[in-house]
Design a protein around this ligand. Structure first.
Ligand code: ADP
Ligand code: MG
Length: 410
């Protein structure tokens, strides 16, 4: 099936073509028809499989079919996303796929002044993409009316729950018409969010793609046993050996992000940080520089990176293992997006071995161990004139041996 054969607005088809999408991904193939029909949908599909377009395409088509003629524009679709970055990105997808249609989309999120957002709202929009807190404020103050909403979309719903947005979402839903279409999209779905989801939908179509392996198939992922104090040397080595590559490095806390960044700078390796402790405008600037490749190494916390689609991230590094198991999937899912391939490395210290076990249990499989010989390990620490062994060599060893961590543990 090609996009050409879909019964959707020719203008939208043209935009899909311009984006270079030829055929739908699995989730798009399954989700687009029921959404076009107006059904409620709960969709779980791995990271980077095109979930945004899976809802944006049919929603834009539906909205363009019965445009309000004259009169005041009303908000007809609300999309909720957990972070500013994700809300902006989703808005971008709606704008690209909806280019030259009459559908107008606006992103509102916290952390910036409200007034300019209000001015734009008054101009009239069809689709509102928002973080739950800010939209709730605007609704309570009477700047937004949601009584004409036909479609509600929750993207990365489980993460919104983690961030404590559940009350905002519940409060907000009271302002929406009961008669509406509700769509849930996420890469992971925990029990708590399932409850919320079921309380909002009516006879939903459930779509789940490859539930057996939550890590997308385009991602090769490895774990390397590296002690806490040694991690930065291995990170330096990975960067030095891949000077052209884009690396996204995850750490546990904001303070650690800054610390790792400083350590890299001392080694003359430029890097940037992204976390919730930074100002909104700095976050946007950092993201844009990483996107365009001006910054090659970005050190981030979990919160700031959920759902983010950055082109051509070659490596994800779990400098610290995630404490929440689902975050492993979301972090490594920042590489290997769309049709691209990617690699992920987790640096696991002795203290983190329990976390590793929990992650493996969640994945239902073992992560291939990148074995580092003692000599190699010492050489990395010295970062001296080790020329014969490089990262790729380590990788080959790991592939050849295919040693699984559980074998060791047995
Ligand atoms: P998800 O929300 O599932 O994590 P995204 O919606 O962010 O994934 O999309 C991941 C990447 O895949 C984006 O760069 C997007 O442009 C690309 N993509 C989406 N649909 C297609 C398609 N049909 N063909 C090729 N690439 C696609
Ligand atoms: Mg997404």
């Amino acid at each position: 099936m090609k996009f050409e054969n879909y019964n959707i607005e020719p203008g939208i088809k043209k935009n899909i073509h311009t984006l270079g999408f030829k055929k739908p991904t699995d989730i798009q193939f399954k989700a687009i028809p029921p959404i076009l029909k107006g059904e409620d949908v709960m969709a779980i599909a791995q990271t980077g499989t095109g979930k945004t377009a899976a809802f944006a395409i049919p929603v834009l088509h539906r909205l363009s079919q019965n445009l309000a003629l004259g009169g005041e524009k009303k908000i007809r679709c609300v999309v909720m996303a957990p972070t500013h970055e994700l809300a902006l990105q989703i808005t971008g997808v709606f704008e690209h796929i909806g280019e030259n249609t009459k559908i107008r989309c606006l992103c509102v999120h916290g952390g910036v002044e409200q007034e300019p957002q209000i001015a734009k709202l008054e101009y009239g929009i069809d689709i509102l993409v928002a973080t739950p807190g800010r939209v709730f404020d605007l609704v309570s103050q009477g700047h937004i009316k949601l009584n004409a909403v036909e479609i509600l979309i929750l993207d990365e719903a489980d993460h919104m729950l983690d961030l404590g947005f559940i009350k905002d979402i519940r409060d907000l839903i009271k302002f929406l018409p009961k008669q509406r279409q509700t769509l849930f999209f996420s890469a992971t779905l925990n029990d708590k969010i399932k409850k919320l989801a079921y309380s909002l939908v009516r006879n939903p179509i459930r779509i789940q793609i490859s539930p057996k392996d939550p890590v997308a198939k385009n991602i090769e992922h490895f774990v390397a046993f590296i002690e806490m104090d040694d991690k930065r040397f291995f990170l330096e080595r990975l960067i030095l050996e891949n000077p052209q590559s884009k690396l996204l490095v995850f750490v546990r806390t904001k303070i650690r992000a800054e610390r790792v960044c400083k350590a890299l700078e001392r080694a003359s390796l430029p890097a940037a940080t992204l976390h919730s402790g930074k100002l909104e405008k700095d976050r946007a600037q950092t993201m844009s520089e990483f996107r365009t490749g001006v910054t090659k190494v970005l050190i981030a916390s979990d919160i700031s990176a959920r759902g983010i689609d950055i082109p051509d991230v070659d490596f994800v590094v779990n400098y610290d293992l995630p404490e929440q198991v689902e975050n492993y999937v979301h972090r490594v899912g920042r590489t290997g997006r769309g049709t691209k391939k990617g690699q992920a490395y987790s640096f696991c210290s002795s203290e983190e071995k329990l976390l590793l076990l929990e992650i493996e249990e969640y994945l239902g499989k073992h992560i291939t161990v990148l074995t580092i010989s003692k000599r190699n390990y010492t050489a990395t620490l010295e970062l001296a004139d080790e020329k014969e062994d490089n990262w790729r060599l380590l990788l080959n060893d790991a592939e050849k041996a295919a040693i699984k961590v559980w074998k060791k543990k047995k």
